[in-house]
Design a protein around this ligand. Structure first.
Ligand code: TQI
Ligand code: CA
Ligand code: ZN
Ligand code: ZN
Length: 173
């Protein structure tokens, strides 16, 4: 079953059109940006929310960036595996991904580093859909095939919202 953060934080009722931006220094490719737009689309399809990319990182409601190790928010990343990403509950909007993961898009590694291993491949879109759930106010779910279930096998793609995810987010919005 779905859950919420303590106090059930959510984006306010007068803020249904959210913007998202990418940390400029990350220099992300269009392929990566399309993955995020697909992930946002899954949530906008089942809520009154819209998500639009903005080139102004500073003013974006949702700020997306790849970081490695300590990045000054008391939740340092830990190299390959372990923590993959984290997002903060509304209305913080910080969405951080561990730049040390072997991120894959549609089964293809983002950077063909020397140490790519299928055993540690992490599907970017799956993690993005999960973290956006957190950004909208969802906690973890006990339903195993839900997006908000707190575990995902290496290399697995899980991007379809389950009924449980939809019911949870529709309680909030
Ligand atoms: N990051 C955790 C997560 O997003 C961070 C976290 C731990 C958390 N406890 C929390 C966030 C409680 C909100 C509330 O769940 S993670 C998955 C998994 C992670 C894990 O790097 O462990 C996904 C990120 F397990 F579901 F696959 C994304 Cl999809
Ligand atoms: Ca990690
Ligand atoms: Zn962080
Ligand atoms: Zn989670």
């Amino acid at each position: 079953h779905y859950s919420f953060f303590p106090g059930r934080p959510r984006w306010p009722a007068n803020k249904r059109d959210l913007t998202y931006g990418f940390l400029p220094q990350n220099g992300l490719t269009d392929t990566i940006k399309i993955v995020f737009s697909r992930a946002f689309e899954r949530w906008s399809e089942v809520t009154p929310l819209t998500f639009t990319e903005t080139s102004s990182f500073q003013s974006a409601d949702i700020k997306i960036g790849f970081f490695t190790g300590d990045h000054n928010d008391d939740e340092p990343f830990d190299g390959p595996m372990g923590t993959l990403a984290h997002a903060f509950s509304p209305p913080a909007g910080h969405f951080h991904l561990d730049g040390d993961e072997n991120w894959v898009i549609d089964g293809v590694p983002i950077d063909d580093g020397n140490f790519f291993s299928i055993l540690s491949a992490v599907d970017l879109e799956s993690v993005a859909v999960h973290e956006i759930g957190h950004l909208l106010g969802l906690g973890h779910s006990s339903v195993e095939d839900s997006i908000m279930f707190p575990s995902l096998e290496a290399g697995t793609r899980r991007v379809e919202l389950a009924n449980d995810d939809i019911q949870g987010v529709q309680v909030l919005y």
